[in-house]
Ligand binder design. Sequence first.
Ligand code: RP5
Length: 160
Amino acid sequence: MPVVGIIMGSKSDLEIMQAAADILEEFGVEHEVRVISAHRTPDEMNEYAKSSAERGLKVIIAGAGGSAHLPGMTASHTTLPVLAVPIKKNSHDHEALWSNIKMPPGVPLATMPENGAKNAALMAIEILSLNNSELLEGYKKYNQIQHDKVLADDNSVKNA
Ligand code: RP5
């Protein structure tokens, strides 16, 4: 049964959002991937968000570009934590980021960096780790590997 829902406004967002699925796969976290558009399929978005907790999801990762209403509107319809990934396809585009961080007080949305699908998945793992010691151990190992790689890189650079 999936515990993380990865949703995106368009299949064209998958090239960015795949990084979230890859991380969850690496950690063995069951997840589902869906294309759900706030504007093109608004009823389906409402239904997805409203049924998410009772279906067993614990966290939702929502990516969208442009006016990027999907993450915020999903957050409005569920008590689950929603992690927004503002999709940025062109170097001058920042509207999705602005849209996601401009939530009104009272409706929280955890907004990741632009195209930050990897961090969204890691944050989902942090949330799930609060009640899952095995996952927490895996996450600590992941951080240790990152740490050791920087030390190895430092060694290789300073001794070059
Ligand atoms: C947004 O509009 C989607 O999240 C996507 O980033 C953007 C463009 O969608 P497509 O025209 O590629 O379907 O709703």
